[in-house]
Design a protein around this ligand. Sequence first.
Ligand SMILES: [Fe+2]
Length: 178
Amino acid sequence: MKASEKNNKKQLRTAQGLQGLFEAELKDIYWAEKAILKSTPKMVKNATSEELIAALQNHIKQTEGQIVRLEKVFEAIGIPAKAEKCEAMDGLIKEAEEMMEEMDPGMVRDAAIIASAQKIEHYEIASYGTLSSFAHTLDKMDVYDLLEETLDEEKETDSLLTEIAESSINYEAMEGDE
Ligand SMILES: [Fe+2]
């Protein structure tokens, strides 16, 4: 292990037991949600399609609610709400931001924004799926319900983005019709 890695040791890698792993994953997604809340307005600014803009704006509100829900989970398990940097989400967001800077406005960029947003959604779906499964195993049913609620929202957002892409944006991007 390199020294730089040692200094950057995440709690995720030193977690004790399933409870410890659950807590570490929770801190990871808490960081990720906050990062998403900060970056989604940039997607709104760069999007052209009104339908996409509306979906992203709705997603910002939803993310605010999901952060509050995570804080309830921290409270329920009796630990302070703490974010721990998620390198994967940081990378996904950086890629999205670089792409938006480099591309011209229009439907191709909108299609790329949807692609980025869905990569982010899928990370969240994987995280909340794991967390809710851990909560179930640990017999924390109140926490399980909270996590399932968010998991359903993430899946809905993902489906909505697919619908927007496939019903109009992808075709318009192909035709070069802005
Ligand atoms: Fe989320």
